[in-house]
Design a protein. Structure first.
Length: 244
């Protein structure tokens, strides 16, 4: 190994130790679902987005920001898509860690007729044990995701707490605004706690200012939401939006 490689590894180690991820306090997080709701993503509704009609694609979030701008008369739907997008861009600052730490996958697997088998024991383990449970192994780099003997992927991560468009789209607009406001507040809070300026002081100062402007925008929007997003609009989304 040459000197350049030694220097690179030393710098990488320093950066890794200095710039560890920082998250807001747990009491500033907003759960999407109770911790007791452990139904897995395996049971979520699936469909082919290519077969959806244009309006259904928009309800389910399959639309770009550029396309939203072309339909300026539908302010309520565009606003909803925008706020969900802003939440998903920083969900880890406002929603609990997902998949959750120390999740009881053994219990979830059993409820679906499976049991986990370690890779080292795979070849010597029965396909189906005495309790009728089929063997699966967990993917090393994807906690909560398993494969069976046929190679089928089985996602056992909890679906109701998943930080995704489908779950957020089922929430009332006022709740979404509360979440995006808290997300931005937490992000700014964390930025103030991080020592140094990994991106450079000028870049980080400009970035923080952009977050503060966005936060101010959503705070002001909250008081006018009821005139833009009606109860009828909410009922339509809850009826037609994709369910997890």
């Amino acid at each position: 190994m040459g000197d350049d490689e030694d220097d690179y590894l030393a710098d990488s180690d320093l950066i890794h130790r200095r710039y560890q991820p920082v998250f807001p306090p747990a009491d500033r997080l907003i759960p999407l679902a109770p911790a007791s709701d452990t139904a897995p993503l395996l049971t979520a509704e699936t469909y082919n987005k290519e077969t959806l009609k244009p309006n259904q694609r928009k309800i389910d979030g399959w639309i770009t920001s550029a396309d939203r701008g072309k339909n300026s008369e539908d302010k309520g739907t565009n606003l909803r898509l925008e706020v969900i997008s802003d939440i998903l861009a920083r969900w880890w600052f406002v929603l609990p860690m997902w998949p959750p730490v120390n999740h009881d996958y053994a219990k979830v697997l059993e409820s679906q007729g499976y049991r986990e088998v370690a890779i080292k024991d795979w070849l010597t383990s029965k396909e189906r044990d005495d309790h009728g449970l089929y063997k699966v192994y967990q993917l090393t780099n994807f906690e909560g995701v398993f494969r069976n003997s046929a190679g089928k992927m089985l996602d056992m991560r909890p679906k109701k707490s998943c930080p995704c468009y489908a779950n957020l789209n089922q929430l009332p607009m006022v709740k979404l605004i509360d979440i995006v406001i808290r997300a931005l507040e937490n992000q700014i809070l964390v930025l103030k706690e991080v020592k140094g300026a990994p991106m450079g002081h000028g870049v980080e100062r400009a970035y923080k200012q952009s977050l503060e402007l966005l936060l101010d925008k959503w705070r002001k929007s909250k008081s006018t939401i009821s005139t833009i997003w009606t109860s009828a609009s909410q009922k339509q989304v809850e009826k037609d939006g994709r369910k997890m």
